[in-house]
Design a protein around this ligand. Sequence first.
Ligand code: ZN
Length: 140
Amino acid sequence: MMAVETRKISVDTKGGTDVVDLTPQVSKIIKESKLSRGNATVFVSGSTAAISTVEFEPNLVKDIRKTLEKLVPSSAEYEHHKTWNDDNGHAHIRSTLVGPSLTIPFTDKKLHLGTWQQIALLDFDTRPRTREVTVQVVGE
Ligand code: ZN
C-alpha cells in the first residue's frame, strides 16, 4: 500500500550562508516511518534558504561560502533592496540557484546517500532564522 507521511523539522540557523547537516534528522524520520522504500522529499519553506547535498566537512563549507560570494556577491547592488529596503538580495538569488528541495530515494529504510554525501540546509539570509523544513515520505 502506498502511503504518505509528512513531518517537520525546526532548525535554528545563524544566516550568512550557514550550512547545517540534516542527515541525522531525515534518517530518523525514515526509520520511524511505516515505510521501508520510496522517496523522501526535503523542502525548506522560505526564499532565502536552500537544500542540497554536501560532503559536510568544515573546509568544504568554507569553500561553498567563498564560491557563492564570488558568484553572487553580498556587497553587490540588488534591485530587490529598493522594494522592501531589504539587504538580502544576494540571499534570494543564492536560494533560487541552489533550490529549495531535494528528493532522495530509500530502500530497506536506508537513504541512498553516498558515504561522503550529507543532506544540507543552507541559510543565506543576513540574520539568524528559525527554519521550517518539511520532510515528506512517499512509498510503501
Ligand atoms: Zn528580501
